[in-house]
Design a protein around this ligand. Structure first.
Ligand code: PLP
Length: 300
């Protein structure tokens, strides 16, 4: 598959599941794009990839932690484009690399580990500049955050019958994906973001910084569904993911979509949505993250 072209992405209807609550719910299956590099990460990278091609860059560099889906997506994108991928990774290199970093290395990304303090500064270590002649690199922010990422994410809704929906719901990490949905939505359509981070109250400013003024604050962020924080989980969350799979045959990941869809399910059952609402849940992928759960936690 070419990076800039997408296979048909399906919309799965959950008609029967939520009919008793008076709403229609569909799921946009971005998780089906690619087994490893699934979901919103492809969309967020689209514009950066175009820039790298237009500017004849030789390297694609980005930042991430040991469990970053964005790191793997960048590695895959670079490989496809014939660019050298460079990952600046938070923390020491551990003896046993995470599955995510193993995958990135298998895709020929060069990894540079920096201390947590250094990582915070988002500086490129001098050794990197020494390694790549000409250091002709395109630098992508952590998580693909940025206007280019937002514009790429705005094309997510091209893959469904957008006008049909009253609400869009997505998981929020950096909020870049959410900002793309805000760009794409029409007046009157509501966008709800579920933060997977604990007390990430600066998100609003970070998201608004990606949006033209008239679109700022045209969304709702909910902070009550982080399940103890980023990449943490609880038995309740895991139980929900299993029940949801049994009911829908849709696998969820515990870092992002499990939390977002738990929130949607709870809001629907509490009567948050008016009767007749048409809700689109964005399945943003991330399933490979489940490999860090204890075996047999999940039924899928
Ligand atoms: C990265 C990621 C998100 C968060 O996207 P942002 O644009 O950073 O808010 C959501 N879901 C999955 C599966 C992800 O990998």
């Amino acid at each position: 598959m070419h990076f800039l072209s997408f296979p048909s992405i399906s919309v799965q209807s959950l008609k029967n599941l939520y009919q008793p609550f008076g709403v229609n719910v569909d799921v946009l299956r971005l998780d089906q794009i690619h087994p490893l590099v699934s979901g919103n990460k492809w969309f967020k990278l689209k514009e950066y990839v175009k820039q790298a091609q237009e500017q004849n860059k030789k390297q694609l560099l980005t930042f991430g932690g040991a469990f970053s889906n964005h790191i793997v997506a960048t590695a895959a994108a670079a490989k496809e484009l014939g660019l050298q991928a460079i990952g600046i990774i938070r923390g020491e290199r551990s003896q046993q690399l995470s599955h995510t970093l193993q995958e990135a290395e298998a895709l020929e990304m060069d990894l540079y580990f920096v201390s947590r303090e250094m990582y915070k500064l988002k500086e490129i270590p001098p050794v990197v500049f020494e390694h790549y002649e000409g250091h002709d690199m395109l630098v992508v922010h952590e998580g693909g955050y940025g206007t280019a990422g937002s514009m790429g994410a705005a094309t997510i809704l091209d893959h469904c019958d957008q006008r049909k929906y009253s609400h869009f719901i997505t998981a929020v990490g950096t909020g870049t994906t959410l900002s793309g949905l805000v760009r794409a939505a029409n007046i009157g359509q509501k966008i709800i973001g579920i933060s997977v981070l604990k007390n990430a109250f600066s998100l609003i400013e970070e998201i608004n910084a990606l949006l033209p003024q008239p679109l700022q604050n045209r969304y709702t962020l909910l902070h009550d569904f982080h399940f103890r924080g980023y990449a943490k989980s609880t038995p309740e969350l895991i139980a929900f993911m299993n029940q949801w799979y049994a009911a829908t045959t849709i696998p969820l990941d515990f870092v992002y979509t499990g939390k977002a869809f738990f929130a949607a399910d709870q809001l629907i059952k509490e009567g948050y949505f008016a009767e007749g609402s048409n809700i689109l849940l964005i399945h943003s992928g991330g399933l490979q993250g489940n490999r860090s759960l204890p075996k047999d936690s999940l039924i899928f």
